[in-house]
Structure formats: C-alpha cells, structure tokens
Design a protein around this ligand. Structure first.
Ligand SMILES: [Zn+2]
Length: 173
C-alpha cells in the first residue's frame, strides 16, 4: 500500500520548526533551500514539456548548489534538475550533502523520478531529507530511504582497488 503523504505548510512556523529539528536543519537553511529551489526554476530549459523544475542541494560545509532541468529535442537525452545540481556539486569536489530541495509549479509537489533517486543514492546518505516544494512552497519531506527502499548503492560493489586486483588475477591464471 502506498504510504500516506502529508503536505506541510511552509507558512506555519511551528510546522517548519518541527521539520527543521527532525531533519537537523536550521530554519535559515530550510528557507534558503526553499527559495533557491524555487528561484532555480527560472533557469530551466524546458521548451518541450514547459514543466519547470528547480533543485537545490545543501552541502555538508553549508554551501547551496542549485540546478534546473535541461531538455533536449531528443527527449530522453534531457536531464532533470536534481542531476544537474548534483553534477555541478560533484564536479566542484563536493561529496557530502545534508539536504536536497526540489521545486515545481504543481501541487501536490512532484517527487524526483526513479533515475534521479538512484543518482542521488550514489552521493547521499539514506537518511538525507528530500524536501519537495509545490507551487505555493508547501512541501512534503521524506528521507532518501523512504523514496528509494531496498536500494542498490556503491557499497554493494567491490571497491575499485579490489576489483582491479581480481582483474589482474584473472589475467594471470
Ligand atoms: Zn529525474
């Protein structure tokens, strides 16, 4: 059965305060995530779907990295806002994240697609909150492990050095 999803009001101070304490965010961080994810929608390149998505990551060292969706005439080539933001952060040597916000122009809020959930899984703790804002900046918040249960991640593969060892062993036998 699908889990019950609760849409929370970002204009209710007590609600925001409870969210922040539950997910170890300051209220300033929460507000900035909301603002930057919503503002990033302006940068979306979405001439085909007209479906703007903004995303904003909070890094472990307190930086905010935003992204927006980038579509393509060959539709499947398009990239979601979440992967654009993560790509920017990762290529800027950031590997630890505390939260991800995603903003769209619809209500109830949209959640990251399946491909993005797996992409997020590569770099973020299973307990990291993903805050999904709707057009009024009301939100749903879930941890990555709730959005992607029973997930497959990097620790389930042999470490690259171990894999290289196995490969060199195979060459010699
Ligand atoms: Zn996606």
């Amino acid at each position: 059965m699908a889990p019950q999803i609760q849409i929370l009001s970002s204009s209710d101070a007590a609600t925001v305060s409870k969210t922040c304490s539950e997910y170890s965010l300051s209220e300033a961080e929460f507000k900035k995530l909301a603002q930057m994810a919503a503002a990033a929608k302006k940068d979306a390149y979405c001439p085909y779907s007209q479906f703007r998505v903004g995303a904003c990551l909070l890094t472990a060292d307190g930086e905010f990295v935003y992204g927006a969706n980038v579509e393509n005439a060959s539709y499947p080539v398009g990239t979601c806002a979440e992967r654009v933001a993560l790509g920017k952060a990762v290529t800027n040597q950031q590997r630890k994240f505390r939260a991800l916000a995603v903003a769209t122009d619809i209500s109830p809020p949209a959640s990251p697609c399946g491909m993005c959930r797996q992409f997020i899984r590569e770099f973020c703790d299973l307990s990291m909150p993903i805050i999904m804002f709707d057009v009024k900046q009301d939100y749903v918040v879930l941890r990555l492990e709730e959005l992607l249960p029973l997930s497959f991640g990097p620790e389930q593969l042999p470490s690259p050095s171990h894999a290289a060892e196995n490969a060199s062993t195979r060459v010699h036998v």
